[in-house]
Design a protein around this ligand. Structure first.
Ligand code: NAP
Length: 211
């Protein structure tokens, strides 16, 4: 038995409890992970409060991410003792998630944790930080490079945006941070932004070219 947060729904009422779950009751998967850390993502808050239909299968253990240690595996890429991270894949929405001591998931959803990153740090980076890096990788995959000119980051003071500013600046990009909160200018500059652009400047009516 282990501790977990469980969301249930009967008729139209949603209930949330901290409860004990038997490992035998975990959903199917080829890797059993003992969870060390998870985050409280905005999506988790929506799931737990029921403010938005994030959970599509009940009962559900919320938690869209986790870092932990493999305890059992029949997946060729993982063995007991490996440190792993999971972000997304419908976990915490259609498959039991990270706000529990154990999770059983598909090994294909896991990422091996690099030696240089602790499990705690991986979850401090969180799904927001992970998403920001995926965005940077996608830009670079499509040919964007530091010498191509400045990169604008919208929602710059937010969770994904602030990490994107940090990552881009540390990789040598000139970053224009677009924000609706000018009071965050010093914060964004401290992350490496070269210039601060008011959100209104971008959200105005587009001007026709050559006029
Ligand atoms: N967090 C995650 O794990 C994750 C994962 C995948 C995808 N996403 C997606 O990534 C986006 C950002 O998520 P987040 O977690 O960074 O959210 P967040 O922390 O709430 O940041 C969103 C930012 O958007 C800006 N913003 C707010 N209202 C706006 C408006 N009306 N017009 C233009 N910009 C506005 C604000 O930045 P300024 O104050 O600087 O203007 C705000 O900080 C969302 O679409 C989210 O669904 C998030």
């Amino acid at each position: 038995m282990f501790d977990a947060i469980l969301i249930d729904k009967t008729d139209d009422a949603q209930s949330v409890s901290q409860t004990q779950i038997d490992t035998d009751h975990l959903p199917e998967g080829d890797v059993l992970v003992e969870i060390a850390y998870s985050t409280l993502n905005y999506k988790d808050a929506l799931a737990i409060t029921g403010a938005s239909p994030v959970v599509r299968k009940f009962p559900m253990v919320p938690g869209i991410d986790f870092a932990g240690i493999v305890r059992e595996s029949s997946h060729p890429a993982y063995k007991a003792g490996d440190k792993v991270v999971l972000n997304g894949w419908g976990v915490g929405e259609v498959h039991w998630g990270g706000l529990a001591k154990f999770a059983r998931v598909k090994g294909d959803w896991l990422v091996p944790l690099p030696e240089a990153i602790s499990m705690k740090r991986a979850m401090a980076i969180g799904t927001a930080g992970y998403t920001a890096m995926l965005c940077v990788q996608a830009l670079e995959k499509h040919g964007v490079a530091p010498d191509a000119g400045p990169v604008a980051v919208t929602g710059a003071a937010g969770g994904v945006g602030s990490v994107a500013v940090t990552l881009l600046a540390s990789r040598g990009y000139e970053v224009a941070a677009v924000t609706g909160r000018e009071e965050e200018a010093d914060f964004l500059t401290s992350l490496g932004a070269s210039s601060i652009v008011a959100r209104d400047e971008l959200s105005g009516k587009p001007r026709a070219l050559n006029k």
